[in-house]
Design a protein around this ligand. Structure first.
Ligand code: E4P
Length: 220
């Protein structure tokens, strides 16, 4: 399973990119606002740094608006993936942009029927929002598992991008459910890497290593 980071904050992207584990970045209008940066400027900077797949979302609501925006956003970088909402207009825009060779991420997916429609419209990625499904008392990970199963059964090439990830177990469960990608917030990356036994192990090794110097000093 590939890892994207779900943020538009450059410091967060730089840090996780430096770990050598990043395959792409997802943004959305809320994340762009949170970054405090100009949309095109920040997305272009992300694309230059990370490469991979950089999702940038349209904000128009009609198919015509989404197609026009998608065509423009698609010129910002070869790494751009145009993010479109899972609405009738979004599906129409997905079909048109896909036909023009622009990569697409159909977002705000909350059901298997929606995911099947996104795939038929030619989406490169579909983004089921696991955390938001959990929030309303349903099972976000079961949704991801069912979408993946339906895609495998139908020999569908659209990649399942597990989104709205809230904690490390969501990442584990996404991998076990067969998601192709998980888009992970910065905080969850830091939670994933941390383990008290790793910290304790380093402390023990360093203490023993330091005592070697002391032993050599006293042997002289
Ligand atoms: C996906 O691409 C979205 O940006 C994101 O995962 C939404 O997550 P949230 O539910 O935490 O806002």
């Amino acid at each position: 399973m590939k890892f994207f980071i779900d943020t538009a904050i450059m410091d967060e992207i730089r840090e996780i990119h430096a770990w050598g584990v990043l395959d792409g970045v997802t943004t959305n209008p809320s994340l762009i606002v949170k970054s405090g940066r100009d949309f095109r400027e920040v997305v272009s900077e992300i694309a230059e740094l990370v490469g991979g797949a950089i999702s940038a979302e349209v904000t128009g609501l009609s198919a015509e608006e989404m197609i026009a925006e998608g065509r423009d956003i698609g010129t910002w970088s070869e790494h751009i993936v145009v993010k479109l909402p899972l609405t009738p207009a979004g599906l129409q825009a997905c079909r048109t942009l896909t036909g023009e060779g622009i990569k697409t991420n159909v977002t705000l997916c909350f059901s298997v029927p929606q995911a099947l429609l996104a795939a038929r419209a030619g989406a490169t990625y579909v983004s089921p929002f696991a955390g938001r499904v959990d929030d309303i008392g349903w099972d976000g990970m079961e949704l991801i598992r069912q979408i993946k199963e339906a895609y495998v059964m139908g020999d569908i090439g659209t990649q399942v991008l597990a989104a709205s990830i809230r904690h490390p177990q969501h990442v584990v469960q996404s991998a076990l459910a067969g998601a192709d990608v998980a888009t992970i917030p910065y905080k969850v990356f830091t939670q994933m890497v941390a383990h008290p036994l790793t910290e304790a192990g380093i402390e023990g090794f360093m203490k023993d290593w330091a005592s070697l110097g002391t032993q050599q000093d006293s042997a002289q």
